[in-house]
Design a protein around this ligand. Structure first.
Ligand code: BMA
Length: 814
């Protein structure tokens, strides 16, 4: 290294050693110890059958990560050993001497190691203490009991600043991983070290001012110029730094900005921004946008509408949990695939849920690139937290400020939210029910620190105290209040109410609601032996973490469908049931705009192969819900809704787009048993921008007993823009005559792969499973007699699952 500021990347060459177990393996950085053991063949695949608990010795042991490196010419300059994310409790030792202690996975640690380094060979050791044992010890020594969610097999992680679902969740395996989840570097600097760059955007008429705050640590008094450059404009300021933490703000202006828009609303325009301080440079690609959350009072209560660049936008999406229970596997490629799937299904927002983690920079870069807005929780979920303990609260205070600064440069960031369901948690535990005052006061200490951090850093994003939350300092029931705030509506799954019950509430913004299904047979085969492939086998129970979840799926199937004859049909129907639940909720809530201005279902992805509420199964494959999401989240969507007052079926055109679109809706009545298809009418209508219009109204008693509705909508040129169906009765009420479905698979001259399906009888919820990973243009649709349906491969992809197998066509059996 020379005297100029420079960074030495130390990610390579680590080993992880457990002396008690006499195991030493190569450790990747970023990476985790479980993945390292798996790669070295020292543990069995924890996702296979009931292997999970066989690895418990790993998180109960002490691990030492070690590497050496050599340095020349140490003269001049200061050396900082920087860890982007260490999970979680660990002592850092450099050349046998203590350099510092890591206590939070959610903090970057910067250790001044100038006095500890040698010219020539150096050794870094990171001693990882057992997080699970330390959590238990803290709980034992706690002044008050701090209950945690009963879904966590490994307990008390609420005492640690670590991904909370590492202890298990109602969809999560409990591995309690440990390791390094970000880069490890050695920074050589002069007296000043640039730590964070925080950006606040101030939008004016045809201009944006950017307040760029450089946070720097000074080892000694120093004077340096800070420079910021964007779009040919440069601004400079001089920092007079004193030992310790310093900051300086430089403002630059961009005239006539090309704005960044969320997916579906416009382009994702970017600018290159260069920042430098004392020879240390950072380069970012940033999008310019103004974001606000409108919560003003109206005749109903308070609105809850996101506004981007002055335009109110209906948010459509799902909740994000970590990419994999083995952190090392959540690679950029794997995560990109999941986020691309979100946008392909017409989503424009994800919620990074509080039981997970702050993601790496590249995650937010992907969201910026894709136009996927982010509702970001701070990382607290479902537990009570020891915020009355000063060391805990101090860690939270630092975490909030560091993360706020780090994530401020991403255009996708739309909201900071204090936590997931901590207000509700006050009513879930005996201790907090018996002494709500105490636990509410402790909660408010935590929440206040977060609110204060958002206000002090003043980076321009809105803050909500919690999700769900009726409002600031309102500790009301966000699970049932639908007049103000965001809502988590769980009565259908957790209280076994009918899908139709979604229509009993009209949330201002529904940030959680979901319904479970099994993953595909390919995924089930990846973790089971033949003998396990039964819905109530012990192994299927291990891969279901919500108590009674498989029974709920089966019971729902019995309520809505004729009972399946095979395990394969059970799996298929579980996915159709989930899809219908989400379709019922989302089509209804979208048709309620502008009262409702967003729906984010629970949950987008899975962390391992499991029965869950996800629409993307482990490995990224699309469940039926994801295909239906592409339809029910489409900007222009026609839906049929029962009118509670008159009993009529109304057809409504919902349009989130910016232009009025003249369409013709063609409505058919289809007899399930008879197979007859009758046209009820063709209705020309203008689907008006950002609103809902009524297309038609029909009386259900005018329909034949075995009839259901199928409709499509076409533009002026006759192109079919979308299709949908509506069943006035439950699916099991219809007696379908067994259809003969034929498929023709071909590859066209331009390489397009397409499948044409035809049927001699009406067939509902038809899916074509080709035994591979590719995504189809549509894959849960209705076939009408004699009308061919063509689907194409819209994206080729390859997961780690085996490819191939004979295609299987499934449909609703009568
Ligand atoms: C919500 C989430 C998660 C949970 C899900 C399903 O409340 O916040 O905690 O996984 O419900 O029960």
């Amino acid at each position: 290294m020379t005297a100029a500021a420079e960074t030495l990347n130390l990610n390579d060459g680590w080993t992880a050693t457990c002396e008690e177990a006499a195991v030493s393996v190569a450790l990747a950085v970023p990476g985790d110890v479980h993945s390292a053991l798996l790669a070295a063949g020292r543990i069995e695949d924890p996702y296979w059958r009931d292997n999970e608990t066989k690895t418990d010795w790993v998180h109960r042991s002490v691990w030492i990560a070690r590497r050496s490196f050599s340095l020349e010419n140490l003269d001049g300059g200061h050396f900082t050993l920087r860890f982007e994310s260490v999970d979680c409790l660990a002592d850092v030792i450099v050349n046998g001497k203590p350099a510092g202690r890591c206590e939070s996975q959610f903090l970057r640690y910067d250790f001044d190691v100038t006095a500890l380094l040698n010219e020539g060979e150096n050794v870094i050791e990171v001693v990882f203490h057992s997080n699970s044992l330390e959590a238990e010890k803290r709980a034992e020594n706690s002044e008050f009991p701090m209950p945690y969610s009963k879904n966590s097999r490994i307990g008390h992680l609420n005492f640690l600043r670590k991904t909370q679902c590492h202890g298990g969740w109602d969809w999560g395996i409990a591995l309690c991983p440990l390791g390094f989840y970000g880069d490890i570097t050695l920074e050589r600097t002069g007296a000043l070290r640039l730590d964070d760059v925080a950006i606040r955007q101030r939008h004016e008429e045809n201009a944006v001012e950017l307040d760029v705050t450089l946070h720097a640590f000074a080892f000694a008094p120093a004077v340096e110029d800070a420079q910021v450059e964007i779009d040919g404009h440069e601004a400079t300021a001089t920092l007079h730094a004193y030992p310790g933490e310093n900051r300086i703000c430089v403002t630059v202006r961009v005239d006539n900005p090309r704005l960044w828009w969320p997916a579906g609303q416009g382009d994702q325009a970017f600018y290159d921004l260069a920042v430098s301080l004392g020879g240390q440079k950072r380069e970012f690609r940033i999008g310019l946008r103004a974001v606000a959350l409108l919560t003003d009072a109206d005749a109903i209560g308070n609105r809850f509408a996101f506004q981007v660049n002055g335009r109110e936008i209906f948010m459509k999406g799902a909740n994000w949990i970590p990419g994999d229970a083995l952190p090392e596997r959540a690679s950029k490629e794997q995560v990109r695939d999941l986020l691309v799937s979100a946008v392909e299904a017409n989503m424009n927002m994800i919620r990074i849920w509080g039981g997970g983690q702050y993601e790496a920079d590249w995650f937010y870069e992907l969201c910026d690139e894709l136009g996927l807005m982010i509702w970001h929780d701070f990382m607290f979920a479902c537990n009570l937290y020891p915020a009355h303990e000063r060391p805990f609260l101090d860690l939270v205070r630092k975490e909030a400020r560091q993360q706020l600064r780090r994530l401020s440069r991403f255009a996708a960031m739309a909201l900071w939210c204090g936590d997931n369901e901590l207000v509700g948690a006050l009513t879930w535990y005996k201790e907090s029910l018996e002494n709500r005052d105490r636990y509410l006061a402790i909660y408010d200490r935590l929440n206040h620190v977060l609110e204060e951090a958002v206000e002090d850093e003043a980076l321009g994003l809105p803050f909500r105290p919690s999700s769900p939350s009726v409002g600031r300092l309102d500790f009301g029931d966000g699970w049932h209040v639908d007049t103000s705030g965001d809502m988590h509506f769980w009565d259908v799954w957790h209280s076994a109410k009918d899908f139709e019950h979604y229509r009993s509430v009209r949330p201002r913004f529904c940030s959680e609601f979901g319904f479970q299904s099994f993953p595909s047979m390919r995924v089930i085969e990846s973790f089971t032996e033949e003998v396990d492939r039964n819905v109530s086998s012990a192994v299927m129970d291990v891969h279901q973490r919500n108590e009674g979840g498989n029974s709920r799926i089966v019971e729902t199937i019995a309520r809505y469908f004729r009972f399946p004859d095979s395990f394969e049909d059970m799996v298929y129907l579980s996915q159709i049931g989930q899809g219908l639940a989400m379709k019922t909720a989302i089509e209804f809530w979208r048709s309620n705009r502008p009262r409702t201005m967003g729906t984010l279902f629970w949950q987008l992805n899975d962390t391992w192969p499991v029965a869950s509420w996800s629409s993307l199964e482990y490995g990224g494959g699309w469940k039926a819900t994801q295909y239906l999401a592409r339809r029910f989240f489409a900007d222009l969507m026609v839906t049929a809704q029962p009118d509670a007052e008159t009993g009529a079926i109304t057809l409504l055109a919902v349009c989130d787009g910016l232009t009025d679109i003249p369409i013709t809706v063609r409505l058919l009545s289809v007899g399930a048993a008879s197979g007859t298809v009758k046209e009820i009418g063709a209705y020309p209508v203008t689907a008006s921008a950002q609103s809902v219009v009524e297309v038609a109204r029909i009386r259900p008693e005018t329909l034949d007993d075995d009839a259901f509705l199928v409709f499509d909508w076409q533009d002026a040129e006759g192109n079919i823009l979308g299709e949908n169906e509506y069943l006035p009765q439950r699916p099991k009420a219809y007696r379908f005559t067994e259809p003969q479905i034929e498929t023709v698979a071909e590859t066209l001259g331009d390489g397009t792969r397409r499948i044409t399906l035809t049927s001699d009888r009406p067939a509902l919820y038809v899916t074509y499973d080709h035994g591979g990973d590719d995504i189809y243009s549509d894959n849960c649709f209705t076939l009408l007699p004699g009308l061919a349906k063509t689907i194409t491969v819209s994206r080729e992809r390859r997961s780690r699952l085996p490819q191939g197998g004979a295609p299987v066509v499934s449909y609703l059996r009568g």
